[in-house]
Ligand binder design. Structure first.
Ligand SMILES: Cc1cc2nc3c(=O)[nH]c(=O)nc-3n(C[C@H](O)[C@H](O)[C@H](O)COP(=O)(O)OP(=O)(O)OC[C@H]3O[C@@H](n4cnc5c(N)ncnc54)[C@H](O)[C@@H]3O)c2cc1C
Length: 405
C-alpha cells in the first residue's frame, strides 16, 4: 500500500518508520526539513519520556477522564518500554535524571539524526516544503493536495501537531481534519507562562526562587505545584507555572476568575516565618524598612513585599508593629497575583484540545473516514512537562503506523 504521512514531526517520523516495515511511505512536510520542533525540545536536550508513567500526567480538554483512558489504551500497547526499545534499536542510549529521560548525549539533534538515518535506510520518501492544503477521499483512495502538487495514497496518517511553539505563518492540520467532518476541540495554549495585570511584576522581572504555587478559581484551590518560580515583566514562568497553565487556560477560557498564591518561603511554616521576622526585628532595629528583608529575599522582592503591607520604606524597623509583621508573614506565605491570560500559542510548548477522541478508534483510525489515521498532538491529549508529550507523540506514532482497522 501507499501511505502518506502528513507532518514530519515526532509522531510522523515514528509512524513512517513503523509503516515502512510493510508499505511504501512518503512524508509530506511543510517546512524545509523534518523534525524542526524536536530540535528545541528539553532546551535542546530532548526529554523523551519519564520514569514515572502515572496516567495522571495526561489530560484532555473535552473530557479529562475519557482522554486519559484513551491514552492509557494506546500506552498499554506502546508505552515507555516499547518507545525506549524502539530508540535503543536506532542507537539512542537513554539516561535518567530525576526521572526525566534524555538521550545520553543530551542532544535533541541526536534523536532527530537516528530517526533520519533509519528513514533513509527504510527508503521512506521525504518531501519538504510541501504544505498540505486538502485531503479528499476518492472511493477507497485519498487525494492529497499540497503546495508541491497532488499525491495519491491508500492510507493517510495526519501527524500535523498543534499551534504551540510554531512560527505564525505555519499551517496546522486542524482545518484539514475539520473539512473531513472531524470535530476539533478549540485548542488552548498549555505548558505556557501566565500573565498578570499587576504592575508589581515589572519590578520583579528576572527574580527566580524556589517556591510553591497554588492555583485558585475564585477561592477554590485547583492545584498546587512546587519548584522554581521565575518572575517576568508580564507575570510568572518556570516549570511549576507551566504545569498549572493548562488548568488556568481552561478556566480562563470559561471566563472564570483565576489567581495564584505564591509561597515564597516554602521550607518554613507560617509560624516559623513569623518567628524569623520577629528575630530580624529584634536584631535589625537600626535598619530601615527598605533594608529589613535584605539577605532573606532578592532586594527588589524584599522592597515589593514591604511596600505591599503599606509601610514607608524609610520607616525604622524598630517601629514595625506586630500587625505589620503578621501582614508581612501572610504576604510571604501567600503572595497573590490575579491571572489575566496565558502567553500566546507561539510561547506554549503544547496545546490542549484537538481532534475529538469520540471520533477516533483505539487503533487511531478515524471512525468517520476509513483509512485516515491520527497521531501526536493533533489529538485531544496533552501531557505534563517531563517528557509526556513526546512519549505520547512516539507511542501514538507507533500505533498509527501499524495501520490496524
Ligand atoms: C520549546 C518546546 C520544548 C518542548 N520540549 C519537550 C520536551 O522536552 N519533552 C516533551 O515530551 N515534549 C516537549 N515539547 C512538546 C513536543 O515537542 C510536542 O508535543 C511534539 O513534538 C508533538 O509531536 P507531533 O508529531 O504531534 O507534532 P510536531 O512535532 O509539531 O510535528 C508536526 C509537523 O507537521 C508539520 N505540519 C503541520 N501542518 C502541516 C501541513 N498542513 N502540511 C505539511 N506539514 C504540516 C509541521 O511543520 C511539523 O513538522 C516541547 C515543545 C516545545 C515547543
Amino acid at each position: 500500500m501507499n501511505v502518506l504521512i502528513i507532518g514530519g514531526g515526532a509522531s510522523g517520523m515514528v509512524a513512517a518508520l513503523t509503516a515502512a516495515k510493510s508499505h511504501n511511505v512518503t512524508i509530506l512536510e511543510q517546512r524545509d526539513r523534518i523534525g524542526h520542533k524536536l530540535l528545541v525540545t528539553g532546551n535542546g536536550k530532548c526529554n523523551m519520556t519519564n520514569a514515572d508513567q502515572s496516567l495522571s500526567h495526561y489530560h484532555g480538554l473535552l473530557d479529562e477522564e475519557g482522554s486519559r483512558m484513551f491514552a492509557a489504551r494506546v500506552l498499554k500497547r506502546f508505552g515507555k518500554e516499547e518507545v525506549l526499545s524502539f530508540f535503543m534499536d536506532l542507537g539512542i542510549l537513554p539516561k535518567e535524571k530525576n526521572g526525566y529521560i534524555y538521550p545520553n548525549s543530551e542532544q535533541a539533534s541526536a534523536v532527530l539524526d537516528v530517526l533520519r538515518f533509519a528513514l533513509k535506510q527504510e527508503k521512506v520518501r521525504i518531501v519538504c516544503d510541501a504544505r498540505v492544503n486538502g485531503i479528499e477521499k476518492k472511493g477507497d483512495r485519498f487525494l492529497v493536495k499540497t503546495s508541491q502538487g497532488e499525491f495519491h495514497a491508500d492510507r493517510v496518517i495526519l501527524c500535523t501537531g498543534s499551534k504551540a511553539g510554531i512560527p505564525k505563518d505555519q499551517a496546522t492540520g486542524y482545518e484539514l481534519a475539520a473539512r473531513l467532518s472531524h470535530r476539533i476541540i478549540d485548542p488552548l495554549p498549555a505548558l505556557v507562562q501566565l500573565c498578570s495585570d499587576e504592575k508589581i511584576c515589572k519590578g520583579l522581572a528576572g527574580i527566580r526562587l524556589n517556591g510553591t504555587i497554588r492555583l485558585y478559581e475564585d477561592d477554590t484551590l485547583l492545584d498546587t505545584r512546587s519548584g522554581e518560580i521565575q518572575f517576568t515583566n508580564y507575570g510568572i514562568s518556570g516549570i511549576p507555572t507551566m504545569q498549572l497553565s493548562y488548568l488556568a487556560a481552561k478556566k480562563l477560557s470559561a471566563h472564570k476568575k483565576v489567581k495564584v498564591s505564591l509561597d515564597l518561603l516554602p521550607d518554613h511554616t507560617e509560624e516559623d516565618c513569623l518567628h524569623i521576622l520577629q528575630q530580624r526585628k529584634e536584631l535589625g532595629g537600626y535598619k530601615s524598612a527598605e533594608q529589613f528583608l535584605t539577605g532573606m529575599f532578592h532586594k527588589n522582592l524584599g522592597i515589593c513585599l514591604m511596600k505591599s503591607i503599606g509601610v514607608s520604606l524609610s520607616e525604622s524597623v524598630s517601629k514595625l508593629s506586630d500587625h505589620d509583621l503578621n501582614s508581612l508573614c501572610k504576604q510571604i506565605k501567600s503572595f497573590e497575583l490575579q491571572i489575566r491570560q496565558t502567553r500566546p500559542f507561539s510561547d506554549a510548548q503544547v496545546c490542549a484540545g484537538g481532534i475529538d477522541l469520540n471520533e477516533v478508534k483505539d487503533t487511531l483510525e478515524s471512525k468517520l473516514v476509513p483509512g485516515l489515521y491520527f497521531a501526536g498532538e493533533i489529538l485531544d491529549i496533552n501531557g505534563d512537562c517531563g517528557g509526556y508529550n513526546l512519549q505520547w507523540a512516539f507511542s501514538s506514532g507507533m500505533l498509527a503506523g501499524q495501520l490496524e482497522n
